[in-house]
Design a protein around this ligand. Structure first.
Ligand code: NAP
Length: 262
């Protein structure tokens, strides 16, 4: 899809990957609709984006609240006249062993990371179908393909969005809508801000790639309408090794990470 004069919704745009991606899309001709639960970060992100895309707007929304999502999508459509691109990027992550994760925390991961994007897609697809064109990108995770301890809820929610995206790719292709996934790994963002245990701190310290290093690839995935984009390149190598030597990988991870279980 050519990005010029397109309206792009990016969720989770107040920080991290979403914020950088919104800037990248604004620089390449899109008008942005920034969506996030974090009001303060959202206002700052909107100021930055407006330098390149002055008609951009922001919506404070908890994407797990389906009524809020429905009203927001209706308002965005009325205000901007079209919705060409949807990037489902907002998510949460706790690093806790399953025994320490409450039922509520587990469910919240599914509500935000899986049912949130599903709700947005349900409301946006009829609009894209009427337009005859649209691109939907769901942000999955290397952590759903190479699953590590302490991420049972997060990895399950990301595996769900990956499988859901795969089915939708086939179902929506002939209706003019491209569905793709972006699979990041090891990006230095605020998603680890709340970690309070050795395992979480260990994972956080492995994440060193700045989000600005992957936004070009995500933008190109939208332009070229690719199904799967793994970023950065080092994650592609890691997944390749894991796919060929899964049991060696698993044994070595277990012995490396066991000291971090508390
Ligand atoms: N960083 C990595 O290494 C990595 C690796 C693989 C995949 N990813 C994926 O990349 C995406 C972006 O993550 P990031 O690393 O950039 O994290 P981030 O900096 O924490 O950005 C996520 C944003 O989503 C917002 N958000 C959380 N719950 C929400 C809700 N219910 N409704 C609306 N917005 C909500 C967050 O607000 P709060 O700050 O208030 O929670 C935050 O502003 C996520 O899908 C994540 O799973 C990241």
């Amino acid at each position: 899809m050519d990005l010029k004069n397109k309206v792009a919704i990016v969720t989770g745009a107040a920080s991290g990957i979403g914020r950088e991606l919104a800037m990248e899309l604004a620089r390449h001709g899109c008008t942005l609709v920034l969506v996030d639960i974090a009001e303060e970060g959202l206002a700052k992100a909107l100021d930055e984006v407006k330098v390149h895309a002055p008609a951009s707007t922001a919506e404070t929304c908890d994407i797990s609240n389906h009524e809020q999502v429905r009203q927001m999508v209706k308002a965005i459509h009325e205000r901007h006249g079209s919705i060409d691109i949807l990037v489902n990027n907002a998510a949460i992550m706790s690093v806790k062993l399953f025994k320490d994760l409450s039922k509520g925390e587990f469910k919240r991961h599914m509500d935000v990371n899986y049912y949130g994007p599903v709700a947005l897609i349900r409301d946006v697809v009829p609009i894209m179908e009427k337009q005859g064109k649209g691109v939907i990108i769901n942000v999955a995770s290397v952590g759903a393909k190479l699953v590590v301890p302490g991420t049972s809820a997060y990895a399950a929610s990301k595996a769900a969005i990956q499988a859901f995206s795969e089915a939708l790719y086939y179902e929506l292709k002939d209706r003019g809508i491209h569905v793709g996934i972006v699979v990041p790994g090891g990006i230095k963002t605020g998603i680890f801000n709340a970690v309070d245990n050795k395992l979480g701190v260990y994972y956080r310290d492995q994440c060193t790639t700045p989000p600005s290093k992957i936004t070009r690839s995500i933008r190109q995935a939208i332009e070229k309408e690719r199904f799967e984009t793994v970023v950065p390149f080092s994650s592609r190598i890691l997944l390749g090794v894991h796919a060929h030597l899964p049991s060696i990988f698993r044994k070595s991870l277990l012995s490396r990470l066991r000291p971090y279980f508390e």
